[in-house]
Design a binder for this molecule. Structure first.
Ligand code: ADP
Ligand code: TRP
Length: 341
């Protein structure tokens, strides 16, 4: 049931740190591109972040910072339903209902949970569940609800989230099998960026840019910090005059994602020819990024201010999201036998 007849694209980002260039290329930009053809529903998965963020100030700041990033990068809150997950209580009621139709074995096999147990095993702990909270274990059920309650057709995510989408489809299938005579969920599908590895940005140490590796370039870092971070990108010690392989360089991969095609072609040719050092590439990368990010940085800082329009936008979005969620939850309640009094 789409309200406008168009298909629905939905995605969420967890506020677990400052948004970085990788989040922009892998998640925010593809989702914003879909927003022109699909009805779009994008949110901040703050209760998902609670599985790992324990500092209340950090949780609040990062939630705001993810929200401000979406708006700064061009999300139009008139066209996109945009909200904080925690402002839609219907999600948490449905989470219980769907937990009751989800096999525990399915959760035992979830990648994130298995990875946490593997880390415990590698650390030689006897209790493989040490330090793992029920939020982490139930994480895929909450994510399935985020998607199903909004009746999403497509969910733009990185490759690492594909299993979660399979789980959402599975959980919807279990419910539909039991209760489909009265209410059934739409089965959602993941959409991953084409050539996913091509769109996985490296961080300053050459590994995948990730908050968990502490190697990120935050999108709205002040100019001086941006320059320092770019200078610190790992490069080899090939002398300036020697020809260089652009594709072996993390700085070049970043450059490719932000410079114009003509700038990229020119830089590629200069590196291959020799006579251009990694330092020069990094200067060019800084110029390109700074040129694009400077005007956005101001908008971001405005939105981050405590009395900005962000709160009003999120409150309106939450109301629109709840209007979507309510009839779905009502259908579910009817289907399971929790009738209105
Ligand atoms: P992180 O690894 O920094 O914790 P998240 O897991 O919060 O990032 O990712 C949020 C979104 O950003 C996901 O859709 C993910 O696929 C995307 N993403 C994260 N890092 C990168 C990267 N280095 N390159 C491309 N996309 C990324
Ligand atoms: N699990 C996703 C991540 O770690 C975030 C997320 C939560 C999400 N709920 C979602 C993504 C619903 C897409 C749809 O990146």
């Amino acid at each position: 049931m789409t309200h406008s007849g168009r298909k629905i694209s939905l995605t969420g980002i967890k506020p677990t740190g400052e948004p970085h260039l990788g989040n922009l290329i892998g998640a925010i930009r593809p989702a914003l591109e879909l927003a022109s053809d699909y009805e779009s529903i994008y949110f901040i998965a703050d209760y998902h972040a609670l599985t790992s963020v324990r500092d209340r100030t950090e949780l609040a700041t990062w939630t705001r910072s993810v929200a401000a990033t979406w708006i700064t990068m061009g999300l139009d809150p008139k066209r996109t339903i945009f909200y904080r997950q925690s402002d839609v209580p219907e999600i948490f009621e449905l989470t219980w209902v769907l937990s009751c139709v989800t096999g525990k074995g399915l959760m035992n096999r979830a990648h994130a949970y298995k990875a946490a147990r593997d880390r415990n095993a590698a650390a030689g702990l006897a209790d493989l569940d040490a330090g793992i909270n029920m939020g982490l274990f139930n994480y895929p059920v909450l994510m399935a609800v985020d998607i199903l309650i909004m009746e999403a057709d497509v969910v733009p995510v990185g490759q690492d989230q594909v299993q979660h989408l399979e789980y959402a489809a599975d959980i919807a299938g279990s419910f539909n099998h039991l209760y489909g005579d009265v209410f059934s969920f739409k089965i959602p599908m993941a959409v991953t960026p084409p050539g996913d590895s091509g769109r996985t940005l490296p961080g300053v140490d050459g590994r995948k840019m990730s908050k968990s590796y502490g190697n990120t370039i935050p999108l709205f870092a002040p100019e001086s910090r941006l320059r320092k971070l770019i200078r610190s990108i790992k490069s080899d010690s090939t002398p300036i005059e020697a020809p260089k392989d652009p594709d072996s360089s993390a700085a070049f991969q970043l450059f490719e994602n932000f410079a114009t095609p003509a700038e990229v072609a020119d830089m590629r040719q200069r590196l291959l020819a020799g006579g251009t050092g990694w330092g020069e590439l990094k200067n060019a990368l800084f110029e390109v990024l700074n040129r694009q990010l400077t005007p956005l940085r101001e908008r971001y800082l405005e939105l981050m201010a405590p009395d900005s329009e962000l709160d009003g936008l999120l409150a309106e979005g939450a109301e629109r999201a709840r209007q979507r969620a309510r009839p779905v939850l009502a259908g579910v309640r009817r289907a399971i036998g929790i009738d209105p009094l």
